[in-house]
Design a protein. Sequence first.
Length: 180
Amino acid sequence: MAKLNTEFKEAISALDKNELEKIVLRFSKKNKEMYDTLCFEYVKNESAMSLFEDSKEQIEIHFYKLRNGVVQRQLANAISKSVKTINNFRNITKDLKLEADLLLYLLKLVFDNYQDELGTCWTIFDSKLAITTNRFINFTKNNLHEDYWIEYREESNNFIKILKNKSRHIDFVYNMPNSF
């Protein structure tokens, strides 16, 4: 992220309204996160819940596009794209609880529908899922109030149990604690 110095700030404040409008429109076309942030804060006055629902829909779309072939690699890519969607949501709304809910939604989607794909020789899916699970656990333990962690603990332990049963051959999963 660029650090804004005083010279830059003075140059921007010296611009007239039309030039600023052109700059904002140009960069909004190129940068989806900037566009979403401007829409969230200034244009639509959307609530965080509507962005949350849009993000859930995007996550589902990432998994809907799976094709025949090496499903594990496609699942790993879908998880990566979903995590980018969640990061985008976080950068726009700064809502920690809803970010945790999106991570939980992603993990439930994967564990409910694709846990049979775990434990194969294609470890990229297992690794991505373990890393995302670990991110969810650490995020809820460290960034949210303790009451939320109590709410998420049972599901977190279920995710770990499934990973330990099916993907124990991966060092990252093997070194995870059995429960939290």
